[in-house]
Design a binder for this molecule. Structure first.
Ligand code: HAM
Length: 421
């Protein structure tokens, strides 16, 4: 009988059968960051709700519809983090990391994020990201570095069917001019009430509207690329050149606006073509104004977050199986109380010597115990009964060939270490 409880809607359990893949994905996404000088950071899973409303943006879906807020008795409201960038920047400012060391402060993180979304395949209410933030430097090489690191991370997993979409959202000089032009254009369209409201608050997000009745009216909308100032144009061109020189292919996509308000200049998304609707496996960009938005000094920064859940789905879609962890080496099958005492000691010693060893637990007969040994995937079973122990012996059974040989108890550890080398 199963329990009367289930994992909450939009969440799932990572069970041992898939855990190896999940852990390997997190490791593969992080490995290139470590090699590029990013230091690991962990921040709380909840923060002051205002950090996200100010940082991510009041008008975004993430803040206006999807935040898990926690009500407490005191006046400070908390929310489960919907993303990592605002928290990492908050922690950097709080610990003065930007004053103590070199700029940029390069940080990476790995953890769960929470968004109250309508669950579907690839879209969950609790999901995992590996993220990277380079804080306090304005240099196209940094934007390019991050895109290259994500590209190399996906490649190291064997993924092939992903594309990189690249755009520039301009800066505080040129974006307002474009915004006004776009608003004027949108004002002449036939849009529903909510979209009209969105056009007033964040007109660029309307460009992202995939509904056919909206998308068809957007043909002929003013294009941001025609409004970029000379500085933004030169910056973007440099990022493009560096990516090309590194052999990283990308597609220019001037409809790419992303769902968070803090972006300036470079934005990018990694999309996988085998995932259906939720195709973005990762995304990021430059956020030069975020530090000031949360009360810090000017700290131009750039970063990304890659979705672990969707990367696992992308591996499945491409039929890629990652090598699993090494299984149990040795499984002990004691017959009788004295044998249990002796073999439990032997198993402890084997583990201390670095082998992976397990033992049958609970009252089990020989047949059930041997079945447990087989199921464990162990290479060897160590079987011992009273008669063996009287002679200071155990029986070593090769579970692949079925061969069984007696081994002196005090030679068991060295024999197994030798055989499993
Ligand atoms: P984001 O695009 O919102 O960016 O999320 C990054 C990635 O997290 C997505 O591409 C996707 O793979 C994954 N993801 C997002 N929502 C879900 C969900 N509900 N279920 C499963 N996976 C999901 C950010 O979070 C920014 N903080 C990235 C960033 C860092 N920008 C600058 N620095």
């Amino acid at each position: 009988m199963s329990s009367s409880f289930q994992a909450p809607r939009g969440t799932y359990d990572i069970l041992p059968a898939t855990a190896a893949t999940v852990l390997a994905v997190r490791e593969a996404l992080a490995a290139p960051l470590r090699r590029a000088g990013y230091g690991y950071i962990e921040t709380p899973v909840f923060e002051d709700v205002k950090l996200f409303s100010r940082g991510v943006g009041e008008s975004t879906d993430i803040v206006s519809k999807e935040m898990f807020t926690l009500t407490r008795r005191s006046d400070e409201d908390l929310a489960l983090r919907p993303e990592g960038t605002a928290s990492v920047l908050r922690a950097t400012l709080e610990a003065n990391l930007h004053r103590i060391g070199n700029l940029p402060v390069k940080l990476w993180y790995s953890g769960s994020q929470y968004r109250y979304e309508k669950p579907q395949k690839g879209r969950y209410r609790q999901f995992w990201q590996v993220g990277a933030e380079a804080i306090g430097a304005e240099d196209p090489a940094l934007d390019a570095e991050l895109v290259i690191l994500a590209h190399d991370a996906y490649r190291s997993l064997g993924l092939r069917d992903f594309r990189i979409l690249l755009n520039s959202l301009g800066d505080k000089t040129c974006r307002p001019v474009y915004r006004a032009a776009l608003q004027e254009f949108l004002g002449g369209l036939d849009l529903d009430e909510e979209t009209v409201r969105r056009a007033a608050i964040n007109p660029l997000r309307v460009l992202d509207d995939k509904r056919p009745e909206v998308a068809k009216q957007l043909v002929g909308a003013p294009r941001l690329r025609d409004y970029l100032c000379e500085d933004c144009k030169a910056y973007h061109e440099r990022v493009r050149e560096l990516l090309t020189a590194a052999g990283v292919g990308f597609e220019d996509d001037d409809k790419l606006v992303r769902g968070l308000d803090y972006y300036t200049r470079t934005t990018f998304e990694f999309v996988h073509d085998g995932l259906g609707a939720q195709s973005a496996v990762g995304g990021g960009g430059r956020y030069d104004g975020l530090s000031e938005m949360i009360g810090g000094p000017a700290l131009p920064s750039v970063g990304w977050a890659l979705g672990v859940d969707r990367t696992v789905l992308a591996l499945e879609a491409e039929g890629i199986e990652l090598p699993g962890p090494a299984g149990t080496d040795v499984f002990a099958v004691p017959l009788g109380d004295e044998a249990r005492r002796v073999l439990f000691g032997a198993v402890t010693e084997l583990r201390r010597e670095g082998l992976s060893a397990d033992i049958v637990y609970g009252p089990k007969g020989l047949k059930a115990a041997m079945k447990a040994a087989d199921r464990s995937g162990a290479r060897y079973a160590v079987v011992a009964g009273e008669r063996d122990l009287a002679e200071n012996l155990v029986q070593l059974k090769d579970l692949t060939s079925g061969d069984q040989t007696p081994v002196a108890l005090d030679a068991l550890v060295t024999t197994l270490k030798e055989k499993l080398k």
